[in-house]
Design a protein around this ligand. Structure first.
Ligand code: EPZ
Length: 421
């Protein structure tokens, strides 16, 4: 298994360009099924989750190829199965988007579900509630969700929890339903809007994405299109935090600053400098810091609140702050597996249910570290970059799922990081 070896204590300096958004990509690729024609998806990140989806679609009979400039062309016309087995989806949680897309297109889907994961149980009851409201018969048998509908009909669906996955999945199925669907208490994350824009580009009518009421006029004939995915908000936030944690000075290119407001606000509150700019071609954010951060408190919330996906890297940063910080994790019940690893680096963190109290220490020290999930991996890398001495970060296959060329990008900023296969 590969791991990273990091010699910490180097300031990150220079510029980095953000890749396409993972959580938009994993929904937009399955959404191509709805078009029934070939689509080209640009600005896709080269990450493991995208490669797995490529393999799943190929296995289903779709034709997937890459253009010279790295865009993915998917032609779903030869898909010859509506079943996706556990072998195919076990490494990809977002496989549930195949359910909404196939139900919307074919009226039938059987998708094996990956189990709970190391950040919590991650139920899909709201996805199922939405599909049932559209008229589908949905059952779970032997770990497989089976959805079938002779006819899907638009409906009004109120989500009991604000769920990114349920909002997108219902949107996908509703595009194939006749009449209007209204999703209330919808998630407002940038990738929800990106998926809606993609569906509209294919000829669908999805209005209100980015607010908490989304209206879908279903049943339109969709066509192929070319679509470029938005930059990854979480990758950008990770580099912003890494810049501040190493007391560096980094220009982060290809970002949408409004997607990063919660992170910018908290970094500034901690004493870092955050400047937003536009170089005439694209937006950038410059993050710099010279001293020890001040303690700040954070509550994770659905967008536009502070994202749960950056809670872990932020905790690594705040472990070195002057004073006590409190972090409340409101989205996932068990997203604290990185804490034990940070403690082995000298961090002083006390957990009480969903709250972490972080008593900042002057300096972390390098240690052998084990990632338990994608963003825990990112947090440990941030901590190791800022710590004094050598760290090894293991289980980096989690990190490969979501960060494109992570070590190359960090090395270009002056980090002493190498991958050992
Ligand atoms: C998406 O997961 C992201 N994944 C996650 O990113 C992210 O952490 C999460 O949204 C929150 O922003 C993708 O987009 C592929 P949710 P998702 O449904 O859709 C509860 C990363 O690191 N819930 O918004 O699965 C759920 O338990 C990953 O990139 C239900 O109760 O998250 C949680 O408490 C990890 N029933 C809350 O809602 C449901 O049917 C929000 O989950 C669905 C969710």
């Amino acid at each position: 298994m590969a791991h990273y070896v990091i010699n910490g204590g180097h300031r990150l300096e220079g510029s980095v360009t953000i890749s396409g958004a993972k959580n938009a990509a994993v929904a937009i690729i399955p959404a191509v099924i709805l078009a029934g024609e070939s689509c080209v998806v640009e600005n896709l990140p080269q990450i493991e989750d995208v490669r797995i989806l490529e393999q799943i679609l190929q296995h289903m009979g779709a034709n997937v190829e890459f253009t010279a400039d790295g865009a993915m062309r998917v032609d779903p016309r030869r898909i010859n199965t509506h079943t996706v087995t556990f072998d195919m989806v076990s490494r990809l949680r977002a496989s549930y988007y195949l359910l909404g897309a196939m139900l919307g297109r074919y009226g039938h889907a059987e998708i094996a579900l990956p189990g709970g994961c190391s950040i919590g149980q991650r139920p899909i009851d709201q996805h199922i509630k939405g599909m049932r409201a559209l008229g589908a018969n949905v059952v779970i048998e032997r770990g497989i969700v089976k959805a079938h509908a002779e006819k899907l009909t638009g409906a009004e669906i109120y989500l009991d929890v604000v769920s990114v996955g349920a909002t997108i999945n219902i949107m996908l199925a509703a595009v194939g339903a006749s009449g209007q669907t209204i999703i209330s208490n919808a998630a407002k994350e940038p990738h929800v809007v990106d998926v809606a824009n993609f569906l509209n580009m294919m000829g669908a009518s999805v209005k209100g994405a980015g607010t908490d009421v989304i209206r879908i006029q279903g049943g339109r004939k969709l066509h192929g299109c070319t679509y470029a995915i938005i930059p990854d908000q979480i990758e950008a936030g990770t580099f912003m935090i890494a810049a501040a944690a190493t007391r560096g000075d980094v220009v982060i290119n290809n970002v949408i600053p409004t997607h990063l407001e919660a992170i910018s606000a908290k970094l500034m509150e901690s004493g870092a400098q955050v400047i937003e700019g536009d170089d005439g071609r694209e937006f950038f954010i410059r993050v710099s810091s010279t001293g020890r951060p001040r303690a700040v408190n954070i509550k994770t919330l659905p967008y536009p609140g502070f994202p749960t996906d950056l809670q872990q890297p932020m905790m690594a940063y705040l472990s070195m702050a002057a004073g006590n910080s409190f972090i409340v994790e409101n989205i996932f019940e068990d997203r604290f597996n990185h804490v034990a690893e940070l403690q082995r680096m000298g961090a002083n963190i006390t957990l009480n249910a969903r709250t972490a109290m972080i008593e900042g220490v002057e300096q972390l020290s390098g240690a052998p570290l084990f990632a338990t999930d994608l963003r825990a991996g990112a947090a440990l890398i941030v901590a190791a970059l800022a710590a004094e001495g050598m760290s090894s970060v293991h289980n980096i296959e989690y990190v490969d799922r979501g960060y494109e060329y992570f070590e190359q990008k960090l090395r270009a900023l002056g980090a002493d990081i190498r991958r050992v296969e």
